[in-house]
Design a protein around this ligand. Sequence first.
Ligand code: UD1
Ligand code: UDP
Length: 372
Amino acid sequence: MGGAKKIMTVFGTRPEAIKMAPLVRMLDEEEGIKSVLCVTAQHREMLDQALGLFRLKPDYDLNIMRPSQTLGAVTACVLAGVEGVIERERPDAILVHGDTTTTFAAALAGFYAKCKVGHVEAGLRTHDRHSPFPEEMNRTLAGRLADFHFAPTQGNRDNLLREGVAADSVFVTGNTVIDALLDVAGMPYDFSEGCLADIDFEGRRVIAVTCHRRENLGRNMTAIFSAIRDIAEAFDDVEIVYPVHMNPKVRCAADRLLRGAPRVRLIDPLDYLPFVKLMSRACLIITDSGGMQEEAPALGKPVLVVRKETERPEAVEAGTVRLAGVKREDIRRIASELLTDGEAYARMARAANPYGDGNACRRIVDILKDRI
Ligand code: UD1
Ligand code: UDP
């Protein structure tokens, strides 16, 4: 492998793994590149689920996750751990993704080691430093530290340019989530077996729900879950399917407010394949997830985002995503409108894909080969 450039990818949570998996697989196969994968395991079980589906085997696993971990502890463990791996591997560049604490701390470790840093999914902004918390700041700081910025959309690029980032370091590539989604959506899946087998997709309208954001823990989550309960009670042909995030605070709130509600199914986090199949058979998605705001429009599924703002305005502009806020009454009203007004529903249920054509990874690899 003489002369090959060494590129080390670092990630730690479920969404990063899903969105970086197709890129790592491409780097692994690319001539002239030696690909190294370092996972922080900021998430343990949910990371392993994603690694398994994409058959990724990390070269380094920092295994940092602790119960009720604090932001400071995650930052410190990632920083020290990635520093050690960079020292040993001496990569030509490291790649980080998105807005988690793994992202920020790994980018900082790269910067300290004077190693080039590529930031995938760069430039998304709400412009509110406290929301999403701490993700808006994580992504902004990773952007300050990075040498190359892979922006999913032109709007993301514009955000970076307004912050003074050099134009020739920002590339509009599309979002790698579409590469992952197209890969997985095409895989065969047998609904009569496995974790979705009991769900009555024929007889009922299925609503897929996820919720986990730190700024929603507490009062907002109580309001969101109460609204979901209201919706299930008001529509007896609706079934709610909610794979609950592993965060104990989320699981506790879901148990308290949703367990036992009629036609509400609380299940463990799903592997990405069944989860994509669930989204593709659902009539509606209610979520505070970032990634699902990108996936659902590509699948033609209306999304109610239970947040006050979004760093992904493109899907809102395209009409498939609606910001429903975090008030019980608003969420219940907007969901009820979509479940009763066929025209309002049809206006949202159009496939729109502002996030790319499934070739983001190819573009990123080509740029890396050119620039490193
Ligand atoms: C993290 C990211 C968030 C991202 C989300 C995706 C930060 C600060 N937050 O939030 O940006 O949207 O992941 O899901 O980086 N846990 C498990 N097993 C798992 C995963 C989590 O037990 O597989 C539990 C642990 O007790 C952990 C807690 O969940 O302490 C919280 O995990 P953490 O990564 O700190 O925050 P998230 O809210 O998951
Ligand atoms: N997802 C999954 N299984 C689940 C719930 C979500 O595979 O049970 C996928 C989803 O399709 C998306 C990603 O996980 O690709 C979103 O992760 P999460 O909501 O944890 O983080 P966020 O998108 O908010 O950063």
